[in-house]
Design a protein around this ligand. Structure first.
Ligand SMILES: [Fe+2]
Ligand SMILES: [Fe+2]
Length: 194
């Protein structure tokens, strides 16, 4: 399974999403906005990590570009961007971040959470790219899936450049289990990406 995710998305999710295009696209737009914002936050919090800063600066632009692309998809369908919702998935993931410890540990925690969100988004975009009926959205999600897979890889690589690989992968495994548990307990909804 993609990126080692422990629990595949319930296949019924695509059918639900397809019935809520305005809501799913709006929620997706905000996922892209949050991805951009999160990169900016990491840059603000950890300016001394030059390799991370260099890598994340272009990702901010790319994620914001994704936001614009999703808004364009809404416009094409005469749909408008809805309001942002509470992101239960991300909120729950963030409760697993270990606070304190060294700067290295703090930044690695945040890079791993970012990697997880990318991995799950990528898995869901893949489902949309294969199972949705709308041909244009199929292709749209195929391209985004490739992009988010690259981000997943990048966040994980940045983390293993900061702390020893075995240590990072052991923590990654814990995060994967926690993420699967969150997904298993979240209500299956077609109006949210997660
Ligand atoms: Fe993105
Ligand atoms: Fe991304």
């Amino acid at each position: 399974m993609l990126a080692g995710l422990k629990l595949p998305t319930d296949p019924r999710w695509v059918n639900l999403a397809e019935k809520n295009i305005q809501e799913i696209l709006s929620d997706h737009a905000y996922c892209e906005q949050k991805a951009a914002t999160n990169c900016i936050t990491i840059i603000q919090m950890f300016p001394e990590y030059e390799e991370v800063i260099e890598a994340l600066m272009p990702i901010v632009t790319e994620e914001w570009g994704h936001f614009r692309m999703v808004v364009d998809q809404l416009k094409k369908r005469d749909l408008s961007l809805g309001r942002q919702r509470r992101d239960e998935y991300v909120n729950q993931l963030q409760t697993h971040i270990i606070q304190g410890g060294s700067r290295d540990h703090q930044i690695v925690e945040r890079l791993l959470v970012a990697a997880l969100i990318e991995a799950r988004s990528c898995e869901r975009f893949r489902l949309l790219s294969t199972d949705i009926n709308d041909a244009e959205l199929k292709e749209f999600y195929r391209k985004l899936m490739i992009s988010e897979a690259g981000h997943f890889r990048l966040f994980l690589d940045l983390a293993t450049n900061i702390l020893p690989k075995e240590q990072v992968m052991a923590r990654w495994e814990e995060y994967l289990l926690a993420e699967a548990n969150i997904i298993a307990n979240l209500e299956l909804r077609g109006d949210r990406v997660h």
